[in-house]
Design a protein around this ligand. Structure first.
Ligand code: SAH
Length: 346
């Protein structure tokens, strides 16, 4: 019989599990805190539980932990890239970024991805499988343990499309923001999507207050379709309407991510059109000069073009930031560390 993944259970579910066995209610609190607050690496470390109970837990449940395969530490800005091995052998990567306002971790939501965005390294090998809530949490837990500093922000912007793994994502958010766990404020959690319309609408109904980031990258349906196959499924207008709905339901300011690619989406007209889309939705624009990926030939625009693009947005009253490049000296672009590892093994 397959064991239940105990780290993916909510506190209420733990209560129910243990109650069925005649355990006292506080045992669920203790186990929950060991897993999600003290970040115990295995059940044997839960020192205030009776030995027989710990043995029962070990027999009954799967206790998911991630193994660190490799850590790359940037000498420039303290950014660290982690390569983890999942219990079934797949590898994923996560990034720790150190900002003045606190530590931020970028996690993967799937092993691989099936969205196929043209400029993205994660798309190259396709989707292996969805990550379970425990496997998303563990990326943060292991990083916090390794660096010995508190993680205050989480962005679901690593490999994978979070809204293609919807139920696990929502459960992960609830566990991560639970007061008896790491208690990370939902306002400090960002979910980035390539624009899966039903997923955006469903997330708006969850009564969560997480920030939604839309990977827009192009201002017309035609151009977007060239960069992102998902645009064949959902029209730009539908995606923007869903974003508007999310903003209306949650009151959370939206972010549009826009990867600048030389000669593709970096003209003054593009900037104007982008402003016209972002303005009515009160969206903040995050500009990311496209990260060169070995297997792809997209090129970053020059400094001046990037600067002008940002200025043109600001002239139209749009709040825009240029994403500071972190960890330039380590495998910088999304999914590249994992990609390199997988290629080495081929
Ligand atoms: N699937 C989600 C989250 C993962 S990608 C999404 O599409 O939003 C996180 C962000 O990095 C997205 O905006 C994605 O389009 C962008 N990205 C991927 N590869 C990139 C590259 N080579 N250069 C710049 N941005 C890239």
């Amino acid at each position: 019989m397959e064991q239940t993944d105990i780290k993916s259970l909510t506190l209420t579910e733990l209560w129910e599990e243990f109650q069925g066995r005649g355990e006292k209610a506080f045992r669920a609190d203790q186990v929950y805190q060991w897993m999600h607050e003290k970040l115990a690496e295995d059940i044997s470390r839960m020192s205030n539980l009776p030995k027989a109970f710990r043995e029962w837990l070990e027999k009954e449940y799967e206790y998911v932990t991630l193994e660190i395969v490799e850590i790359q530490r940037s000498k420039l800005d303290g950014t660290c890239k982690y390569l983890f091995r999942l219990p079934d052998g797949h590898v994923i990567e996560s990034v720790l970024m150190r900002y003045r306002h606190g530590n931020s971790v970028c996690i993967s939501s799937q092993a691989g991805c099936r969205m196929g965005c043209r400029f993205c390294a994660s798309a190259i090998g396709g989707l292996k499988r969805n990550l379970r809530p425990s496997e998303m949490l563990e990326q943060i837990y292991r990083i916090q343990q390794d660096c010995g500093e508190r993680v205050s922000n989480v962005v679901v912007m690593g490999t994978g499309e979070p809204l293609d793994n919807y139920d696990n994502l929502v459960r992960f958010i609830r566990l991560l923001s639970h007061e008896k766990g790491l208690n990370i404020s939902q306002r400090s959690i960002t979910v980035s999507t390539c624009g899966i319309v039903p997923g955006i609408r469903a997330l708006a109904e969850e009564e969560l207050s997480v920030t939604l980031a839309l990977s827009l990258h192009a201002v017309t349906q035609e151009k977007r379709r060239e960069l992102m196959p998902i645009a064949n499924r959902y029209e730009l207008k539908e995606v923007l309407d869903a974003c508007g709905y999310y903003f209306q339901k949650t009151g959370r300011r939206l972010t549009f991510e826009y990867s600048l690619v030389q000669g593709v989406n970096d003209s003054r007209e593009d900037a104007k059109a982008l402003a016209a889309l972002a303005g009515p939705l009160h969206a903040h624009v995050n500009l990311i000069p496209v990260n060169p990926v070995t297997e792809r030939d997209f090129v970053q625009p020059g400094e001046k073009i990037i600067d002008n693009f940002k200025k043109n947005l600001e002239k139209c009253g749009i709040n825009a930031t240029l994403r500071r490049e972190m960890g330039r000296d380590i495998d910088g672009a999304c999914g590249q560390l994992r990609r390199k590892y997988l290629k080495g093994g081929e």
